[in-house]
Write a new protein. Structure first.
Length: 413
């Protein structure tokens, strides 16, 4: 045997032994289920050691599913499946795009509901996705009319063409896939500026005050669109919305200046779940937890560790993409007092904020979305220049300067 052949054989044996050792370690870990996983108790993410991480990885080996297969099955079982995403992340949006034709064919989904589009544009959306050709100018105009006016990421609007292609492939007489916008018609940029004291024009201030109730009830209005456009029509829908709107079993904390919980804030999916129960299901895409400091500046504790713990578990599985039901799993009782989602509500656990979960990549390996080139028009710049300058904390002399900045330093919405 040559030296090179011997070296290759030795490397193979080492890899095989390593694999068998890892398999044996996971098998042992599987027999040593943590007490918090068997008794429905909770566990702080910071206390989950290497052995418990191996147990969780072994559990996913046995019970996790390929993400697309998992999502299609969930779509079969529920009328409304709500996908919570962190804005501006490319891989989750591309996954959602791949799911659309599968969910149509295999799960009877007939509607895609999007946060990024306005409810007032639904007639135009229908004309777009059911047309004989894909009208790119119309698609871009719908994007320009979004409630924030700066949903400038290509992957959100690619969804419209995916649905159009699906509809063009259907046999004559087949029910088309609809796209429904669910966001409010209120000027969210104007209200954002007004609430920060940046609007001086009395007429604009008066308009912002008139529109504020629509902003304050934005989640209720989005839930009402889904009820009107999907539930009352007996249809099935897959919904793409920002993570904070997606909770079915959790209401976000409202705290006072001392960091004490003074109430809870039910968001869109929670409102729907209270009315329709298990017809509604939520899946969260893997995300980075944020600090309690986001709503309580006086917070002095450590940074969240929840995401790191999940990613250590995934690393034991070579970061294989996976989807699973969090509730009823050993992951359900994990929490992190250093994360915004748990700090103010000691009884909240992972199983409350996510009913289902999809891991595609570690957060550090998720790509940013692609900004649409020259997305901001001259008219948009004239109307919204103050908003963009406040949002990005810098001045812009021309629309070209703003577009160049957005394309180079594309920010999350």
């Amino acid at each position: 045997m040559s030296i090179r052949a011997f070296g290759n054989f030795a490397a193979f044996l080492l890899a095989l032994v390593g694999s068998l050792c890892l398999s044996s370690f996971r098998s042992l870990a599987a027999q040593e289920m943590p007490r918090w996983a068997t008794q429905g108790a909770s566990a702080e993410a910071s206390t989950i050691d290497a052995g418990q991480q191996a147990f969780l990885a072994a559990w996913l080996d046995r019970n996790g599913r390929p993400p697309l297969e998992y999502a299609v099955d969930i779509c079969r079982e529920h009328q409304i499946v709500i996908f919570g995403e962190s804005h501006g992340k490319r891989e989750p949006l591309e996954f959602f795009q791949r799911l659309i034709p599968e969910a149509y064919d295999e799960a009877g989904m007939r509607c895609v509901v999007l946060e990024v589009a306005k409810h007032e544009d639904n007639d135009r959306l229908a004309r777009l996705v059911e047309g004989t050709t894909f009208d790119r100018a119309l698609a871009l105009d719908i994007a320009h009319n979004s409630a924030w006016g700066n949903w400038y990421y290509q992957e959100y609007w690619d969804i419209l063409e995916i649905v159009w292609k699906l509809n063009r492939s259907l046999p004559v007489g087949a029910e088309p896939m609809r796209v429904v916008g669910m966001d409010t018609n209120a000027d969210l940029q104007l209200n954002w500026m007004w609430m920060r004291g940046r609007i001086k024009d009395p007429e604009l201030q008066a308009r912002a005050r008139r529109e504020f109730p629509f902003l304050a009830k934005r989640d209720e209005l989005m839930a009402a669109v889904i009820e009107l456009e999907v539930i009352r029509k007996g249809a099935k829908a897959m919904v793409l919305v920002g993570f904070n709107h997606s909770f079915t079993h959790y209401a976000q904390p409202r705290v006072n200046a001392d960091g004490m919980l003074r109430g809870e804030w039910p968001r869109m999916a929670n409102i729907l779940y209270q009315a329709y129960g298990d017809r509604i299901f939520q899946i969260g895409f893997h995300f980075q937890h944020s600090s309690p400091k986001n709503i309580w500046p006086a917070y002095k504790g450590g940074e969240p560790v929840f995401t790191d713990v999940v990613e250590k578990v995934m690393a034991l599985r070579a970061d294989q993409p996976v989807g699973w039901n969090v509730f009823g799993s050993p992951f359900a009782g994990i929490r992190d007092r250093q994360s915004y989602f748990f700090h103010f509500q000691p009884r909240v656990t992972f199983g409350d904020i996510c009913r289902g979960y999809i891991f595609l990549r570690p957060c550090g390996k998720i790509s940013a979305c692609r900004p649409i080139k020259n997305f901001i028009t001259e008219d948009m710049f004239k109307k919204s220049r103050g908003f963009f300058e406040a949002r990005f904390n810098r001045t812009f002399d021309t629309v070209d300067e703003l577009n160049e900045f957005m394309e180079k330093f594309g920010r999350e919405i």
